[in-house]
Design a protein around this ligand. Sequence first.
Ligand code: SF4
Ligand code: SF4
Length: 371
Amino acid sequence: MKSHLKIESKQLNILFDSLKDRGYTIVGPTIREGSIVYDNIYSANELPIGWTDEQSAAVYKLKRRGDNSYFGYNLSPYSWKRFLFPPRVKLFSAVKKGKSFKINSDSKDASVPNYAFIGVRPCELQAIKIQDKVFNNGQYIDTVYKNRREKIFIVAVNCTQAGGTCFCVSMNSGPKAGNGFDIALTEVIDKDGHYFIGESGSGKGNELMSKIPHTVAGQSEIENANKLVQTTAKQMNKSMDTKDIKELLYANLESRHWDDVATRCLTCANCTMVCPTCFCTTVEDVTDLTGDNAERWKRWDSCFTMDFAKVFGGNFRSSSRARYRQWMTHKLASWIDQFGTSGCVGCGRCITWCPVGIDITEEIKRLKIED
Ligand code: SF4
Ligand code: SF4
């Protein structure tokens, strides 16, 4: 049985210091411009202390909690893919030499820091595992992702409240982290004080946790932490019925349901930008004004953008009906054929950040009714 350690909240900065001493660049939740985002942080004081996020379809608001919780919110509009699979990467540059070009490979990504991610939610751990299958596990390895991924240290934080758009329970990805972390913490604020119950998930997690002042957690403290997570699961009021979901989507490619979604969807691509598993990219070439220096960049793209399906002779997905259907059918059906897993972890970001409040769980329910 894994041992659980009790770490007083005031010791959290020792975790930060220990990570910095080991050469990690820490990325964690912090408040910027009215939302909780993931960014470089240097101490626990930069965490969103005492703040929570209120989320529902097309709604995101920060609110005071009335306590000093460090991780009392749910999910950032950012996901960790921004650090493992950056929005823009230079692939190479070229310099004109006479009548030819000299190509310089810039794709080694050599200056990438060793990231320590603090506050990774269980559904986000599952999203990282899914991106591992896409980028780091098959015939084609994405070296930018691989270089970043193999160096990270993950401090997961179990969820002690359900967000308004979360449905991780039905996607079997939360609210408790199972594996894939170096350290997992559950934050507890009760009559006995403010503390974390911590467990390690790797040798380096074990080594680092032993350096933080702690006591061995008592049975009642472990039960208190477990109860918070169990209550979170019960609070979740959204779900997705995934039984035969692949067959449902494949059988409904011509459903009138897609016409209905198309009347609401703006094809803005927000859902794909915030989704922690979406991975579409495009490639752009740029030159300077002299024409002597050129660069090739890879950047995030989306199956919702007009040009994404533009090929010689036309656009094979020009309608919003076709684009929404492509996104949902890939995410929940053909992803399973490609990678052996759903492309959705139930984080609910696409629901919160869709400007017209399209809810993927409700769309599946409607598709079932119309089936
Ligand atoms: S579903 Fe919503 S977020 Fe996604 S493209 Fe349509 S309007 Fe934008
Ligand atoms: S499809 Fe929506 S709920 Fe599912 S992982 Fe992506 S953003 Fe989260």
